[in-house]
Design a protein around this ligand. Structure first.
Ligand code: KG4
Ligand code: ZN
Length: 335
Protein backbone atom coordinates (compact mmCIF):
# COMPACT_ATOMS: atom_id res chain seq x y z
CA UNK A 1 0.00 0.00 0.00
CA UNK A 2 1.38 3.41 -0.94
CA UNK A 3 1.11 6.12 1.71
CA UNK A 4 -0.94 9.12 0.81
CA UNK A 5 0.24 12.69 1.26
CA UNK A 6 -2.36 14.74 3.11
CA UNK A 7 -1.75 18.43 3.76
CA UNK A 8 -3.76 20.96 5.78
CA UNK A 9 -3.40 24.52 4.44
CA UNK A 10 -4.27 27.79 6.18
CA UNK A 11 -4.83 31.18 4.54
CA UNK A 12 -5.15 34.31 6.70
CA UNK A 13 -3.41 37.08 4.76
CA UNK A 14 -6.22 39.63 4.68
CA UNK A 15 -9.86 39.44 5.78
CA UNK A 16 -10.82 35.84 5.00
CA UNK A 17 -9.97 32.94 7.31
CA UNK A 18 -9.66 29.81 5.23
CA UNK A 19 -8.55 26.19 5.64
CA UNK A 20 -8.31 23.42 3.04
CA UNK A 21 -7.20 19.81 2.87
CA UNK A 22 -5.43 18.31 -0.13
CA UNK A 23 -4.60 14.63 -0.64
CA UNK A 24 -2.16 13.63 -3.38
CA UNK A 25 -3.02 16.79 -5.31
CA UNK A 26 -6.79 16.52 -4.93
CA UNK A 27 -8.67 19.14 -2.89
CA UNK A 28 -10.90 17.40 -0.33
CA UNK A 29 -12.26 20.53 1.38
CA UNK A 30 -11.99 24.33 1.23
CA UNK A 31 -13.68 26.38 3.93
CA UNK A 32 -13.73 30.19 3.92
CA UNK A 33 -15.02 32.43 6.73
CA UNK A 34 -15.48 35.95 5.33
CA UNK A 35 -15.24 38.88 7.74
CA UNK A 36 -18.32 40.92 6.93
CA UNK A 37 -17.69 43.54 9.67
CA UNK A 38 -15.23 45.51 7.49
CA UNK A 39 -18.07 46.70 5.24
CA UNK A 40 -19.16 49.28 7.83
CA UNK A 41 -15.64 50.82 7.81
CA UNK A 42 -15.37 51.00 4.00
CA UNK A 43 -12.20 48.88 3.97
CA UNK A 44 -10.28 46.23 5.89
CA UNK A 45 -9.26 47.37 9.40
CA UNK A 46 -6.06 45.40 10.19
CA UNK A 47 -6.55 45.09 13.95
CA UNK A 48 -10.17 43.99 13.54
CA UNK A 49 -9.12 41.45 10.88
CA UNK A 50 -6.45 39.95 13.13
CA UNK A 51 -8.88 39.50 16.03
CA UNK A 52 -11.50 37.94 13.77
CA UNK A 53 -8.92 35.43 12.47
CA UNK A 54 -8.20 34.42 16.08
CA UNK A 55 -11.89 33.73 16.63
CA UNK A 56 -12.43 31.84 13.34
CA UNK A 57 -9.30 29.81 12.84
CA UNK A 58 -10.10 26.85 15.13
CA UNK A 59 -13.68 26.27 13.86
CA UNK A 60 -12.62 26.80 10.21
CA UNK A 61 -9.78 24.26 10.48
CA UNK A 62 -12.02 21.78 12.34
CA UNK A 63 -14.73 22.05 9.69
CA UNK A 64 -12.23 21.67 6.83
CA UNK A 65 -10.80 18.49 8.41
CA UNK A 66 -14.28 17.11 9.13
CA UNK A 67 -15.53 17.83 5.63
CA UNK A 68 -12.45 16.11 4.17
CA UNK A 69 -12.99 13.13 6.46
CA UNK A 70 -9.41 13.47 7.69
CA UNK A 71 -8.18 13.28 11.27
CA UNK A 72 -5.27 15.41 12.50
CA UNK A 73 -3.12 12.30 12.93
CA UNK A 74 -3.33 11.53 9.20
CA UNK A 75 -1.72 14.84 8.21
CA UNK A 76 1.65 14.70 6.44
CA UNK A 77 2.31 18.45 6.67
CA UNK A 78 0.73 21.79 7.52
CA UNK A 79 1.00 24.74 5.13
CA UNK A 80 0.34 28.44 5.66
CA UNK A 81 0.46 31.78 3.86
CA UNK A 82 3.70 33.53 4.81
CA UNK A 83 2.87 36.74 2.88
CA UNK A 84 2.29 39.17 1.33
CA UNK A 85 -0.54 40.48 3.50
CA UNK A 86 -1.42 42.23 6.74
CA UNK A 87 1.12 41.40 9.46
CA UNK A 88 -1.47 40.92 12.22
CA UNK A 89 -3.54 38.62 10.00
CA UNK A 90 -0.57 36.59 8.76
CA UNK A 91 0.68 36.09 12.33
CA UNK A 92 -2.50 34.23 13.31
CA UNK A 93 -2.12 31.66 10.51
CA UNK A 94 1.63 31.25 10.98
CA UNK A 95 1.32 30.79 14.76
CA UNK A 96 -1.50 28.29 14.35
CA UNK A 97 0.48 26.29 11.77
CA UNK A 98 3.55 26.25 14.04
CA UNK A 99 1.52 24.93 16.97
CA UNK A 100 -0.03 22.18 14.84
CA UNK A 101 3.29 21.16 13.29
CA UNK A 102 4.93 21.03 16.71
CA UNK A 103 2.21 19.02 18.41
CA UNK A 104 1.72 16.57 15.52
CA UNK A 105 5.45 16.36 14.74
CA UNK A 106 4.93 17.05 11.04
CA UNK A 107 6.79 19.40 8.66
CA UNK A 108 5.65 22.93 7.78
CA UNK A 109 5.41 24.48 4.31
CA UNK A 110 5.38 28.25 3.74
CA UNK A 111 3.50 29.65 0.74
CA UNK A 112 3.59 32.97 -1.11
CA UNK A 113 -0.01 34.15 -1.51
CA UNK A 114 0.55 35.56 -5.02
CA UNK A 115 2.21 32.37 -6.27
CA UNK A 116 -0.75 30.49 -4.83
CA UNK A 117 -3.23 32.62 -6.81
CA UNK A 118 -1.35 31.49 -9.96
CA UNK A 119 -1.22 27.82 -8.94
CA UNK A 120 -5.00 27.82 -8.30
CA UNK A 121 -5.05 26.86 -12.00
CA UNK A 122 -3.83 23.37 -11.10
CA UNK A 123 -6.74 22.53 -8.81
CA UNK A 124 -9.04 21.52 -11.67
CA UNK A 125 -8.74 20.71 -15.38
CA UNK A 126 -8.13 22.25 -17.85
CA UNK A 127 -4.65 23.04 -16.55
CA UNK A 128 -2.34 25.41 -18.48
CA UNK A 129 0.76 24.00 -20.20
CA UNK A 130 4.20 25.44 -19.40
CA UNK A 131 5.31 28.09 -20.02
CA UNK A 132 2.21 30.21 -19.47
CA UNK A 133 1.41 33.80 -18.57
CA UNK A 134 -0.89 34.73 -15.69
CA UNK A 135 -2.46 38.12 -15.06
CA UNK A 136 -2.91 38.12 -11.28
CA UNK A 137 -5.32 40.84 -10.24
CA UNK A 138 -6.39 41.28 -6.62
CA UNK A 139 -7.12 43.91 -4.00
CA UNK A 140 -3.44 44.42 -3.26
CA UNK A 141 -1.63 43.32 -6.44
CA UNK A 142 -1.62 43.52 -10.20
CA UNK A 143 1.02 41.37 -11.85
CA UNK A 144 1.84 39.63 -15.09
CA UNK A 145 3.70 36.46 -14.19
CA UNK A 146 5.61 34.09 -16.48
CA UNK A 147 5.39 30.53 -15.17
CA UNK A 148 8.00 28.03 -16.42
CA UNK A 149 7.22 25.25 -13.92
CA UNK A 150 5.04 25.09 -10.76
CA UNK A 151 7.79 26.49 -8.55
CA UNK A 152 9.61 28.55 -11.17
CA UNK A 153 7.89 31.85 -11.96
CA UNK A 154 8.86 35.50 -12.48
CA UNK A 155 6.91 38.74 -12.29
CA UNK A 156 7.39 40.48 -15.66
CA UNK A 157 4.96 43.38 -15.08
CA UNK A 158 3.51 45.02 -12.00
CA UNK A 159 1.55 48.08 -10.85
CA UNK A 160 3.45 51.23 -10.00
CA UNK A 161 0.72 52.44 -7.63
CA UNK A 162 -2.81 51.09 -7.00
CA UNK A 163 -3.86 47.50 -7.72
CA UNK A 164 -6.74 46.75 -10.13
CA UNK A 165 -8.97 45.69 -7.21
CA UNK A 166 -8.15 48.95 -5.46
CA UNK A 167 -9.16 50.85 -8.59
CA UNK A 168 -12.59 49.15 -8.37
CA UNK A 169 -12.87 49.66 -4.59
CA UNK A 170 -11.74 53.33 -4.62
CA UNK A 171 -14.12 54.10 -7.49
CA UNK A 172 -16.85 52.52 -5.38
CA UNK A 173 -16.00 54.84 -2.50
CA UNK A 174 -16.30 57.88 -4.80
CA UNK A 175 -19.67 56.55 -5.98
CA UNK A 176 -20.91 55.88 -2.44
CA UNK A 177 -21.00 52.08 -2.91
CA UNK A 178 -20.28 49.51 -0.18
CA UNK A 179 -16.89 47.83 0.30
CA UNK A 180 -15.65 45.80 -1.51
CA UNK A 181 -17.09 47.57 -4.55
CA UNK A 182 -15.63 45.28 -7.25
CA UNK A 183 -18.55 42.82 -7.32
CA UNK A 184 -21.11 45.68 -7.08
CA UNK A 185 -19.58 47.63 -9.98
CA UNK A 186 -19.47 44.37 -11.97
CA UNK A 187 -23.22 43.90 -11.42
CA UNK A 188 -24.22 47.52 -12.15
CA UNK A 189 -21.97 47.65 -15.25
CA UNK A 190 -23.97 44.81 -16.81
CA UNK A 191 -26.98 47.16 -16.98
CA UNK A 192 -25.01 50.13 -18.27
CA UNK A 193 -23.33 51.51 -21.36
CA UNK A 194 -19.68 52.59 -21.40
CA UNK A 195 -20.39 56.04 -22.78
CA UNK A 196 -18.00 58.08 -20.58
CA UNK A 197 -14.39 58.09 -21.65
CA UNK A 198 -11.61 57.87 -19.05
CA UNK A 199 -7.97 58.16 -20.15
CA UNK A 200 -5.69 55.14 -20.55
CA UNK A 201 -2.26 55.89 -18.99
CA UNK A 202 0.86 55.55 -21.09
CA UNK A 203 3.11 53.41 -18.87
CA UNK A 204 6.31 51.83 -20.26
CA UNK A 205 7.01 48.09 -20.59
CA UNK A 206 4.56 45.68 -18.97
CA UNK A 207 3.81 47.80 -15.90
CA UNK A 208 0.48 49.29 -14.84
CA UNK A 209 -0.79 52.45 -13.16
CA UNK A 210 -4.29 53.11 -11.85
CA UNK A 211 -3.87 56.25 -9.74
CA UNK A 212 -4.43 58.59 -12.72
CA UNK A 213 -7.73 56.85 -13.45
CA UNK A 214 -8.86 57.39 -9.86
CA UNK A 215 -8.01 61.12 -10.11
CA UNK A 216 -9.81 61.51 -13.43
CA UNK A 217 -12.93 59.81 -12.01
CA UNK A 218 -12.81 62.13 -9.00
CA UNK A 219 -12.75 65.30 -11.18
CA UNK A 220 -15.26 63.86 -13.64
CA UNK A 221 -17.77 63.30 -10.81
CA UNK A 222 -17.05 66.68 -9.21
CA UNK A 223 -17.59 68.50 -12.52
CA UNK A 224 -20.83 66.68 -13.32
CA UNK A 225 -22.29 66.86 -9.81
CA UNK A 226 -21.86 70.64 -9.91
CA UNK A 227 -23.94 70.72 -13.07
CA UNK A 228 -26.42 68.04 -12.01
CA UNK A 229 -26.56 67.24 -8.26
CA UNK A 230 -28.06 63.76 -8.82
CA UNK A 231 -25.57 62.92 -11.58
CA UNK A 232 -24.26 59.76 -9.85
CA UNK A 233 -27.71 58.35 -9.04
CA UNK A 234 -29.02 59.11 -12.51
CA UNK A 235 -26.06 57.54 -14.31
CA UNK A 236 -24.68 54.92 -11.93
CA UNK A 237 -24.88 51.98 -14.35
CA UNK A 238 -23.19 53.87 -17.18
CA UNK A 239 -20.47 55.24 -14.88
CA UNK A 240 -19.75 51.70 -13.62
CA UNK A 241 -19.71 50.30 -17.17
CA UNK A 242 -17.33 53.08 -18.29
CA UNK A 243 -14.88 52.65 -15.39
CA UNK A 244 -14.92 48.87 -15.69
CA UNK A 245 -14.32 49.03 -19.43
CA UNK A 246 -11.26 51.24 -18.88
CA UNK A 247 -9.80 49.05 -16.10
CA UNK A 248 -10.24 46.02 -18.35
CA UNK A 249 -8.64 47.71 -21.37
CA UNK A 250 -5.61 48.74 -19.26
CA UNK A 251 -5.22 45.12 -18.10
CA UNK A 252 -5.86 43.45 -21.46
CA UNK A 253 -3.59 45.74 -23.49
CA UNK A 254 -0.63 44.88 -21.24
CA UNK A 255 -1.49 41.19 -21.32
CA UNK A 256 -1.56 41.32 -25.12
CA UNK A 257 1.81 43.10 -25.14
CA UNK A 258 3.24 40.41 -22.81
CA UNK A 259 1.91 37.62 -25.03
CA UNK A 260 3.47 39.23 -28.11
CA UNK A 261 6.81 39.88 -26.39
CA UNK A 262 7.17 36.36 -25.01
CA UNK A 263 5.47 34.49 -27.84
CA UNK A 264 3.43 32.60 -25.20
CA UNK A 265 -0.17 31.75 -26.09
CA UNK A 266 -1.17 29.95 -22.89
CA UNK A 267 -2.86 32.79 -21.00
CA UNK A 268 -4.45 32.70 -17.55
CA UNK A 269 -6.02 35.15 -15.11
CA UNK A 270 -6.17 34.80 -11.33
CA UNK A 271 -6.99 36.74 -8.14
CA UNK A 272 -10.15 38.37 -6.84
CA UNK A 273 -10.66 40.67 -9.85
CA UNK A 274 -10.64 37.65 -12.19
CA UNK A 275 -14.15 37.04 -10.82
CA UNK A 276 -15.17 40.10 -12.89
CA UNK A 277 -17.57 39.11 -15.66
CA UNK A 278 -16.30 41.81 -18.05
CA UNK A 279 -12.68 40.73 -17.62
CA UNK A 280 -13.63 37.08 -18.11
CA UNK A 281 -15.49 37.94 -21.31
CA UNK A 282 -12.56 40.10 -22.53
CA UNK A 283 -10.12 37.25 -21.98
CA UNK A 284 -12.35 34.88 -23.95
CA UNK A 285 -12.67 37.32 -26.82
CA UNK A 286 -8.93 38.20 -26.97
CA UNK A 287 -8.28 34.46 -26.82
CA UNK A 288 -10.40 33.82 -29.89
CA UNK A 289 -8.88 36.75 -31.76
CA UNK A 290 -5.23 35.94 -30.95
CA UNK A 291 -5.50 32.13 -30.85
CA UNK A 292 -4.68 31.87 -27.15
CA UNK A 293 -5.61 28.98 -24.91
CA UNK A 294 -7.23 30.80 -21.99
CA UNK A 295 -7.68 29.71 -18.39
CA UNK A 296 -9.91 31.14 -15.66
CA UNK A 297 -10.16 29.42 -12.27
CA UNK A 298 -13.52 28.45 -10.81
CA UNK A 299 -15.13 31.40 -9.03
CA UNK A 300 -14.37 30.10 -5.52
CA UNK A 301 -10.67 29.77 -6.38
CA UNK A 302 -10.43 33.37 -7.72
CA UNK A 303 -10.94 35.19 -4.42
CA UNK A 304 -8.84 34.37 -1.36
CA UNK A 305 -9.03 30.70 -0.38
CA UNK A 306 -6.86 28.03 1.25
CA UNK A 307 -7.30 25.52 -1.62
CA UNK A 308 -4.74 27.49 -3.65
CA UNK A 309 -2.36 27.47 -0.66
CA UNK A 310 -2.86 23.70 -0.43
CA UNK A 311 -2.18 23.27 -4.17
CA UNK A 312 1.10 25.20 -3.87
CA UNK A 313 2.01 23.19 -0.77
CA UNK A 314 1.43 19.98 -2.75
CA UNK A 315 4.16 20.99 -5.21
CA UNK A 316 6.47 22.13 -2.41
CA UNK A 317 5.96 18.85 -0.54
CA UNK A 318 7.03 16.88 -3.61
CA UNK A 319 10.16 19.03 -3.65
CA UNK A 320 10.63 18.59 0.13
CA UNK A 321 10.59 22.37 0.66
CA UNK A 322 9.95 22.55 4.40
CA UNK A 323 10.59 25.33 6.93
CA UNK A 324 11.46 25.35 10.65
CA UNK A 325 9.81 26.87 13.73
CA UNK A 326 11.90 30.04 13.37
CA UNK A 327 9.93 31.10 10.25
CA UNK A 328 8.36 34.58 10.38
CA UNK A 329 5.61 36.14 8.22
CA UNK A 330 6.54 38.69 5.54
CA UNK A 331 4.03 41.49 4.93
CA UNK A 332 5.87 42.30 1.68
CA UNK A 333 6.86 38.94 0.26
CA UNK A 334 8.28 39.25 -3.24
CA UNK A 335 9.11 36.27 -5.42
O1 KG4 B 1 -7.72 38.15 -4.29
P1 KG4 B 1 -8.68 38.85 -3.40
O2 KG4 B 1 -9.87 38.06 -2.88
O3 KG4 B 1 -7.97 39.42 -2.14
C1 KG4 B 1 -6.69 39.98 -2.19
O4 KG4 B 1 -5.70 39.21 -2.12
O5 KG4 B 1 -6.65 41.23 -2.34
O6 KG4 B 1 -9.19 40.16 -4.19
C2 KG4 B 1 -10.08 41.07 -3.61
C3 KG4 B 1 -10.37 42.15 -4.64
C4 KG4 B 1 -11.19 43.32 -4.12
O7 KG4 B 1 -10.57 44.52 -4.53
C5 KG4 B 1 -12.54 43.15 -4.81
O8 KG4 B 1 -13.24 44.37 -5.03
C6 KG4 B 1 -12.14 42.50 -6.09
O9 KG4 B 1 -11.12 41.60 -5.74
N1 KG4 B 1 -13.24 41.78 -6.74
C7 KG4 B 1 -13.79 42.16 -7.91
C8 KG4 B 1 -14.85 41.24 -8.17
N2 KG4 B 1 -14.90 40.34 -7.16
C9 KG4 B 1 -13.91 40.68 -6.29
N3 KG4 B 1 -13.49 43.16 -8.74
C10 KG4 B 1 -14.22 43.31 -9.85
N4 KG4 B 1 -15.26 42.50 -10.17
C11 KG4 B 1 -15.61 41.46 -9.38
N5 KG4 B 1 -16.62 40.66 -9.71
ZN1 ZN C 1 -5.52 37.31 -2.82
Amino acid sequence: MTTKTTILAIESSCDDTSAAVIRDGEILSNRVATQEMHRQYGGVVPEVASRAHQVSIVPVVDTALKEAGVSKNELSAVAFTRGPGLMGSLLVGVSFAKAMALSLEIPMIEVNHMQAHVLAHFIDAPRPAFPFLCLTVSGGHTQIVRINAPLDMQVIGTTLDDAAGEAFDKTGKLLGLDYPAGPIIDKLAREGEARFDFPEPNIPELDFSFSGLKTSIFYFLKRNKKREPDFIDNNINDICASVQTRIISILMNKLLKAAKQTGIQEIAIAGGVSANSGLRAALESYGKQHKWNTYIPKFEYCTDNAAMIAMTAHFKYQDQQFVGQDITPLARYKF
